[in-house]
Design a protein around this ligand. Structure first.
Ligand SMILES: [Fe+2]
Ligand SMILES: [Fe+2]
Ligand SMILES: [Fe+2]
Ligand SMILES: [Fe+2]
Length: 281
């Protein structure tokens, strides 16, 4: 999904029917909300322009993929923030995925009329706007409280992050240090090639860590190995998506680190590794 460089400028997150979409203050989330709105705008253009169903279906599929990716990222961010209502929020996402999936399937499989096609973008717009207004505002205060102080580390390592397994804690601490360094460097200004080199370095460490950790999980908790490896695969895919957007200049590296990757790493350590590994030794 494409976002403007540096996230979403103030006021851009507006849906295609000109209902304001509230900004969460997290520029990564606000950027993806704006990208979803633009995607619905593309659907409206094709429908209003009388495009055949075969030309509308790929944009609907792209919207479905963008929605899935956005929901997964938003869920990990609010889980890492400690939002009590994250499961209920995830259920709302699931409901939206189902509703949008049914609409897309209907357009793809049925001989729908031009009149019906002209309502598709408006329906998507309303459904999404309702969710963002009703639910996505619920975590704005938590995001604000978690905003890093100027000149401070993005993540302050503490005992609450430890699994008690020295090699894993050492690697987690190393990844936290790399994110803190990247946050500082991005704030000072990084040339695109330097930013990408650092992101690739981080990726190498992440992959090495996942490999080592999977070996530990296989030995200590074999019944959880496959599930844990699948969790790592999803994380790696999310990292690749972020890396691709940084590489093509549609996502600012500072926004990526501050507003997504820190939550991505915290969710991994606190939400997944600790519950598994703290009880396994
Ligand atoms: Fe949401
Ligand atoms: Fe959202
Ligand atoms: Fe880990
Ligand atoms: Fe893990």
């Amino acid at each position: 999904m494409k976002t403007p460089p540096n996230g979403t400028p103030q006021g851009e997150a507006m849906n295609v029917d000109h209902h304001p979409v509230p900004e969460t203050g997290n520029r990564f989330i606000d950027g993806t909300h704006a990208a979803l709105v633009r995607r619905i705008g593309q659907i409206r253009e094709r429908c209003d322009g009388g495009a055949p169903r075969e030309q509308i279906a790929p944009v609907l599929d792209a919207l479905t993929a963008d929605l899935h990716a956005h929901f997964a990222c938003e869920e990990l961010i609010i889980r890492a923030l400690g939002h009590d209502g994250w499961e209920e929020h995830a259920e709302q996402h699931e409901l939206l995925n189902t509703q949008v999936g049914r609409l897309v399937a209907y357009v793809r499989e049925c001989d729908v009329s031009r009149d019906f096609l002209s309502t598709v973008a408006g329906t998507l717009d309303t459904v999404l706007c309702r969710h963002e207004t009703r639910y996505d505002g619920s975590y704005a205060a938590l995001l604000k409280a978690a905003a890093p102080g100027a000149g401070r580390d993005l993540i302050a390592w503490g005992a609450e992050h430890e699994t008690g397994i020295p090699t894993i804690d050492q690697q987690h601490r190393g990844l936290v240090g790399m994110l803190n360094d990247l946050h500082r460097a991005a704030a000072a200004g990084l040339a695109p090639a330097d930013a990408l080199r650092r992101v690739d370095g981080l990726r190498d460490h992440v992959h090495a860590h996942f490999g080592m950790e999977e070996g530990v999980v296989r030995a200590m908790a074999p019944g959880r190995f496959l599930q844990h490896r699948a969790h790592h695969a999803v994380m790696a895919q999310q990292f690749e998506g972020i890396r691709a957007e940084i590489a093509d200049g549609t996502l600012d590296v500072g926004v990526a680190v501050r507003d997504f990757l820190r939550f991505w790493l915290m969710d991994h350590i606190l939400g997944c590794d600790r519950p598994l590994l703290c009880g396994a030794h």
